[in-house]
Design a protein around this ligand. Sequence first.
Ligand SMILES: *Cc1c(COP(=O)(O)O)cnc(C)c1O
Length: 477
Amino acid sequence: MHDRDITPEKFRELADKFTRYIAEYFENLPDKPPLAQISPGELKNRLPQSFPEKGEDLSNIFGDLDNLIMPAMTHWNHPRFMAYFNSTSAAPGILGEYLAAAFNVNGMIWKTAPASVELEETVLNWFRLMLGLSDKFFPIVYDTASISSMHALAAARENAFPGKARREGMFSLPKARIYISEEAHSSIEKAAITLGFGLDAARKIPTDENFAMIPEQLAEAISEDEQNGIVPVAVVATVGTTSTTAIDLVPQIGEIIKDKNIWLHVDAAYGGSAAIVEKLRSKITAGWENADSIVVNPHKWLFIPIDFSVLFVKHPQTLKSAFALTPEYLKTDEVNGAINYMDYGLQLGRRFRALKFWFTLRYFGREGLEKIILRHVDLANDFAGFVMKDNRFELLAPVNFSVVVFRALPKNENADINAFNEKLLEKINKSGKLFLSHTKLKEKFALRLAVSGVRTFAEDVEAAKNIILEEYEKLTT
Ligand SMILES: *Cc1c(COP(=O)(O)O)cnc(C)c1O
């Protein structure tokens, strides 16, 4: 029976075992299937249905990790996990998480965790500088881009209806609108639901042949709504859409709304990280200085263990007005210039997330991270080059970052192309050697190959190419 925590001596012993376990995990990862090869319910059925009544030694857990947990794992850290936007965790961030759990401070206000609050301020400001953003932007970390964007839109609502929405609720307000492109991430619509705008308030603007929002259509939609008494609250421009990594024309969008009280939020959850690369920056951050808020997820493409999403806000006071219920005892800290992060959002408690970012930035430096991102971009372009040259395949979208959207063309001209690609994807993922995802582009079923893993190198993309070709040939013969 255990009725007190593991002793420091025992901890040392056990932690050594876990450290070795993790190191071996990384060593053996390339031999495992990137996508879990199991059916829903399989793991649940193998786990006991009753809770442990008696405590046991944690060294017993290794067998179960191997036999139960591993087969049910989709390995995001796998070099040939090329689905979605592959988010991977590098070792420095893993060590940061380990320490954060040990310290277990709660950064709700400065006093409860000065180290967490001030390290967060510092590393987020480094990040702002790495992206080339001016000091007009106040950075804050939330768990995910969905939550960052929800907070940005709450600030946008506060900006449109100061004091009123938070006090009287949405029923007291006129009909409002948030503009997004057809390709925007679903998190914006979820934010519209959550904040009480309602799903219908998210108006989808059509996109051009590059899947970017058409600015003229945005301008027309805004004036139509204004004529009908609907209040335009925010425009969300996406830089690096989830489906094809399209880039909305932020400068033009900014120009359209510059004399209006409309909040411009840039969703660059994936693509934004690439702005740390000097030669890619201007293409990515064009028009950002006119944005009111920007979200970038270092947990997506800067190898920070999930979760770590940074929201840059130009008007932190507005964000604060949307949420703060400042109790008397906090006001002195404010006077001393200390940040109480609890005032800038929904949550009170905050994890010491800055540690993992600090470790990662110090280990790689901007230079090291730039090199990895450039490697990904080059590898994606190489793969796109192969797709364009080989008449068995077709490129379906521009490669703006490190994702290639393409499809296979069956040799039999009468074959259903969508069905063929769906089958091909299934075969690839069942091979246990590669994991790709898909998207649908104007009725075309498309395959997506993302190169964004810290452990992904040229040989992995080469292997991916061969696996795709092998499965293609098996399907056609
Ligand atoms: C991934 C992604 C999101 C959602 O990110 P979470 O951190 O998982 O909430 C939002 N927008 C874009 C463009 C994304 O790529």
